[in-house]
Ligand binder design. Structure first.
Ligand SMILES: Nc1ncnc2c1ncn2[C@@H]1O[C@H](COP(=O)(O)OP(=O)(O)O)[C@@H](O)[C@H]1O
Ligand SMILES: [Mg+2]
Length: 262
């Protein structure tokens, strides 16, 4: 059975497109037939950061009733399929977001996972991706405005009969160790699926038209994104690039004590 996720937030610029552009390829790599769609039809940039520009057919044409969805599917990293939007204002004006539901219905038979990169805010059109998902994933930055706006999106999702799967906390300073996951879960009332640190490689990867998990797989943000992807895929995370944890003083002492007791 296909699973549809919508990557949403209240506030703009929290990292929805970044999460979509990395979660999609990783799920494909983990063996899930995955398609990512740019449902942010007004501020489309999923295609842009994946190097898919100047395309003849995009979701805009499909939502305008001028093309079929199968002609708007392109190949992305690790074999993920990508349905980008065009960049023109005219394309946006002609597209009818209410057609999205039919578009999704056409895709369900070919994929295990569909991921929608949703627009920010709580506009009328922005509600559609929240209603057609099996699970909404909120991308939140650790700022009060982002948390409050995400709470509104959560309430809106539940009001329209949708379900919030969890939240990803993005752009966390440092290594995230001091970050209080439990407090965030209490505030948002949903499970925290993962914490992504602030990492300059995210921007560098976008500038190079590639997801960070492909371009800088060993970076801190990539490790977090891979861990989240494994969680969503329902598999255990093992990162071959992570060196085995070095034994600390306490571990050594405990081992010595155990040996002495035995
Ligand atoms: N973990 C991160 N570390 C550093 N920069 C990030 C991180 N996540 C996102 N960004 C940057 O923040 C900006 C907004 O991200 P984007 O994914 O486009 O947000 P949204 O789709 O929610 O508007 C982009 O310039 C992106 O490169
Ligand atoms: Mg975006």
């Amino acid at each position: 059975m296909v699973k549809v996720y919508t990557i949403a937030s209240g506030k703009g610029g929290t990292g929805k497109t970044t999460v979509t552009a990395n979660l999609g390829p990783m799920l494909a790599r983990y063996g899930k037939k995955t398609c990512i769609l740019d449902a942010d039809v007004g501020m489309a940039n999923l295609g842009l950061i994946l190097g898919l520009e100047d395309l003849p057919v995009t979701l805009h044409e499909v939502l305008a009733g001028k093309a079929r969805i199968r002609d708007a599917i392109y190949e992305g990293p690790y074999g993920v399929k990508v349905v980008p939007c065009g960049l023109s204002l005219q394309g946006f004006q002609q597209s009818k977001p209410e057609r999205l539901k039919d578009v999704m219905a056409d895709l369900v038979s070919g994929f295990d996972v569909l991921i929608l990169d949703a627009p920010a805010g709580i506009s009328r059109d922005g509600v559609i991706p929240l209603t057609i998902a099996d699970g909404v994933i909120l991308v939140v930055t650790p700022e009060i405005s982002s948390i409050v706006d995400s709470l509104k999106t959560k309430i809106l999702t539940e009001t329209v009969g949708g379900h919030v799967e969890g939240a990803i906390i993005n752009r966390v300073a440092g290594n995230g160790d001091e970050f209080n996951r439990a407090q965030m879960e209490r505030l948002l009332g949903v499970r925290v699926l993962g914490i992504i640190p602030e990492d300059a490689n995210v921007r560098r990867a976008s500038a190079g038209r590639s997801p960070i998990v492909v371009k800088y797989p060993d970076s801190e943000a990539s490790r977090a994104l891979k861990r989240i992807s494994a969680d969503v895929a329902g598999i255990e995370y093992t990162d071959e690039s992570v060196p085995a944890k070095r034994e600390g003083f306490i571990d050594r002492l405990a081992r010595a004590l155990f040996r002495a007791k035995a």
